[in-house]
Design a protein around this ligand. Structure first.
Ligand code: TMP
Length: 260
């Protein structure tokens, strides 16, 4: 296949020029990082699973009217997406205390929050993605107040939908991170959901055992990362029956060996 022009390489994904103007190809890598890339590793098959999980979630969100950048999955590691201008804000939605919130405020992980919290972080690796408020976002012009209104609205809709989706497969949606992008139509722009939704950017706990089924397995050296991601995909109905999970990944390595 002719090599496409690479537009951007991030920690877990690569963006290539798409087949038509206004489109990009999003390639999911197996690379994993944590703590602002101070910890690096590879989770074999993660990209394949995240591509599939994110496709599923974005398709369902599209079906309930949340606008997203997702167009269609192209193959095991790539999806066609709309090109957006990324809003430089990471939107974190929390239902249960965990991670940096637990640490910052000294509250025990697992404490149920009486109401959902939305936090914003300014996307800047050199600064370590500092937490910011609406005031900073407006003051420095990272997003308009109207855009932030739409973003908060979509974040709540996504949270309500995903909480139910995961509860239906016995998974507690503890927290997650979203990113949004601007698309331009004539002189007007609007924000749509971008990036990915996968166990890389969510905390997903088994409701019965509290077992972690997300990237905290990597962050905290718990092991079993790929099995956890596979379990999420399996419960979402994205992998065939139990015992054949590795077939998907084996298929990919077969193809690679045959040079496809
Ligand atoms: P935190 O507790 O470390 O702030 O993370 C909150 C949620 O956001 C968690 O589900 C992981 C996700 N997240 C990312 O996807 N990327 C990041 O860079 C960070 C810090 C968190």
């Amino acid at each position: 296949m002719a090599r496409r022009r690479q537009i951007y390489e991030g920690k877990a994904k690569i963006l290539y020029e798409g087949p038509e103007p206004g489109t990009l190809i999003q390639y999911f890598k197996d690379d994993a990082t944590a703590f602002n890339a101070q910890k690096k590793g590879t989770i074999n098959g993660k990209g394949v699973l995240n591509n599939r999980i994110s496709e599923h979630v974005f398709t369902m969100l599209g079906n309930i009217g949340v606008p997203t950048h997702f167009i269609r999955r192209l193959n095991m590691r790539e999806q066609l997406i709309r090109q957006v201008e990324i809003v430089p804000i990471e939107v974190v939605v929390r239902n249960v205390v965990a991670g940096s919130l637990a640490k910052r405020l000294g509250i025990e992980e697992g404490t149920q929050l009486p109401r959902t919290i939305i936090e914003y972080y300014y996307k800047d690796d050199a600064l370590g993605d500092p937490m910011v408020t609406d005031e900073h976002i407006a003051c420095f012009g990272w997003a308009s107040q109207e855009e932030m209104h739409d973003i908060a609205d979509m974040a709540i809709r996504v949270n309500d939908f995903l909480t139910g989706l995961f509860a239906g497969i016995n998974i507690r949606l503890v927290d997650f991170k979203l990113e949004f992008g601007r698309i331009w139509e004539n002189d007007f722009s609007r924000v749509i959901l971008a990036d990915e939704i996968s166990p890389d950017g969510c905390r997903l706990w088994d409701m019965t055992t509290n077992e972690k089924l997300d990237k905290d397995r990597f962050r905290r050296d718990l092991g079993g990362e790929v099995e956890a991601y596979q379990e999420v995909a399996r419960r979402l109905g994205l992998l065939p029956a139990e015992g054949t999970e590795t077939a998907v990944l084996d298929m990919e390595s077969h193809r690679k060996k045959r040079g496809q």
